[in-house]
Design a protein around this ligand. Structure first.
Ligand code: KIV
Ligand code: ZN
Length: 386
C-alpha cells in the first residue's frame, strides 16, 4: 500500500458551507491559489449546480489553478453532474465527486428511497460522471450510520460503475476512532473490488473527533483525507488540514506516511482564510493558534532555552511561524527575563538582574501584557513598578 496520503481540501466547498464563511468569487480564487502553493493534491472548488456564483468559482479555479486536481461536487442527478463537468472543462486535472446518502435515516426521511433505488442512483451517477472524466469520486453520505453490509454493497457497485475514489464520510461527526477503523477494515475485507479504488475519509467535528477519526481511517488503510483549513465547515467544522498534516508529519515514526503539503505555507494560508472570512482562530487552536508555540511558565521557558524539544514537538518554522515566543508574565522566571534583556541589546552581565527581576515580578502582578518597552524601562530603572 502506498505511503502517500492524498490531501483533498474542501475549504472552498464544505468549509464555505459554515455559517459566516461565505466567500466571494475573487476571495475563492485567491484562496485556491494559496491552497495550490500549500501543495494540496485536490481542491474541491465548489458545488457547480448550487448557484451561478458557485459555477463561476469552479470554472475560474479550473482555468487558473494548475497543479492540484480541481474537483466539483454533484448529487447523483443528471443536471448536477453535467454542470460539474461543464464547470471543470478547462481544468488541467479534473475530478467529479458524486454523492448520495446511504443511511436508513436519510433513505427514509430525506430521500424517500429504498436501498435498491439508492444503489441504482449511485451507479447511474458514477457512470454519467465517468462519461465526462476518468477521475470519479463517490461518497456515501452519512456512511458511519449506514448498515455495514449495505455500505459494502453500495461501495462495490460504485467501484464497478467506475469510481476511482470511495469516500466514507462521517457526515454528522458521530463515529469514534475505533469504530472508524473497523468500518474501513470491514470494507477492505468485504468489498471484492476495493483494491481498484482509493479509500477516502471525510470527518466532521461534532464530538471533537474529526482528526482522530481521520487518522484511524488512515491507519486502517484510507489513503485520502478530506479536510479544511482552520477546520471550518458545517456546524462544528471538518477535519482541520493543519492538524492532520502535522500529525502525519510529526508522527511519521508512528504512521510511516507522508503528505505532499509544503507545511511552511500552513500559517500564511490559514491567516489568509481568517482574514477573508473574518473568522478568528482561537488562541489555543492546535498548530495555528497564537498560543500554539508560546510558553509562559518559568519552568517551560527555562526548558525551551536549554533545548527546544523539551516542550515543543514541532518547530514553529515548519508551519511558517517566525519563532517560538517566550511570553513574559507573572509565571516567567529569571532565564526568560535575562534572555529578553539580551535580545533587547543590553549587556545582561553588567545589569543588576536581581533588582530588574524583582521589579519585573511586581509589574507582572499588575499588568497582563508585558511589552519590550516595559522591559527596557525596567532595565534603565524608570518603570513604575510600585
Ligand atoms: O459531510 C458529508 O457527507 C459531505 C459529503 C457531500 C461528502 O460533505
Ligand atoms: Zn461534509
Amino acid at each position: 500500500m502506498s505511503d502517500k496520503v492524498i490531501i483533498f481540501d474542501t475549504t472552498l466547498r464544505d468549509g464555505e458551507q459554515s455559517p459566516g464563511c461565505a466567500m466571494t468569487l475573487a476571495q475563492k480564487r485567491r484562496m485556491a491559489k494559496s491552497l495550490g502553493a500549500l501543495g494540496v493534491d485536490v481542491i474541491e472548488a465548489g458545488f457547480a449546480a448550487a448557484s451561478p456564483d458557485d459555477f463561476n468559482a469552479v470554472a475560474s479555479i479550473a482555468r487558473e489553478v494548475k497543479g492540484p486536481t480541481i474537483c466539483a461536487l454533484a448529487r447523483c442527478n443528471d443536471n448536477d453532474i453535467r454542470e460539474a463537468a461543464r464547470a471543470l472543462e478547462e481544468a488541467e486535472k479534473k475530478r467529479i465527486h458524486v454523492f448520495i446518502a446511504t443511511s436508513p435515516l436519510h433513505r427514509e426521511h430525506k430521500l424517500k428511497m429504498t436501498k435498491e433505488q439508492v444503489i441504482e442512483r449511485a451507479i447511474n451517477g458514477v457512470k454519467l460522471a465517468k462519461s465526462f472524466v476518468d477521475d470519479v469520486e463517490f461518497s456515501c453520505e452519512d456512511a458511519t450510520r449506514t448498515e455495514k453490509d449495505y455500505l459494502a454493497q453500495v461501495v462495490e457497485a460504485a467501484i464497478e460503475a467506475g469510481a476511482t475514489t470511495i469516500n466514507i464520510p462521517d457526515t454528522v461527526g458521530y463515529t469514534t476512532p475505533t469504530e472508524m477503523f473497523e468500518t474501513i477494515d470491514f470494507l477492505k475485507k468485504h468489498v471484492g473490488n476495493i483494491e481498484q479504488a482509493i479509500i477516502s475519509t471525510h470527518c466532521h467535528d461534532d464530538l471533537g473527533l474529526a482528526v482522530a477519526n481521520s487518522l484511524a481511517a488512515v491507519e486502517a488503510g484510507a489513503r485520502q483525507v478530506e479536510c479544511t483549513l482552520n477546520g471550518i465547515g458545517e456546524r462544528a467544522g471538518n477535519c482541520a488540514l493543519e492538524e492532520i498534516v502535522m500529525a502525519i508529519k510529526t508522527r511519521a515514526n508512528h504512521y510511516g506516511l507522508d503528505t505532499g503539503v509544503r507545511t511552511e505555507q500552513i500559517l500564511p494560508s490559514s491567516r489568509l482564510l481568517s482574514a477573508i472570512t473574518g473568522s478568528v482562530v482561537p488562541r489555543n487552536k492546535a498548530i495555528i493558534g497564537d498560543n500554539a508555540f508560546a510558553h509562559a511558565s518559568g519552568i517551560h521557558q527555562h526548558g525551551m532555552l536549554s533545548h527546544p524539544e523539551t516542550y515543543e514537538i514541532m518547530r514553529p518554522q515548519s508551519i511558517g511561524r517566525v519563532d517560538t515566543s517566550l511570553v513574559l508574565g507573572k509565571h516567567s522566571g529569571r532565564h526568560a527575563l535575562v534572555d529578553k534583556v539580551k535580545e533587547l541589546g543590553f549587556d545582561a552581565a553588567s545589569e543588576d538582574i536581581d533588582r530588574i527581576f524583582a521589579d519585573f515580578k511586581n509589574l507582572a502582578d499588575r499588568k497582563k501584557h508585558i511589552t519590550d518597552a516595559d522591559i527596557e524601562a525596567l532595565v534603565v530603572g524608570q518603570a513604575n513598578t510600585g
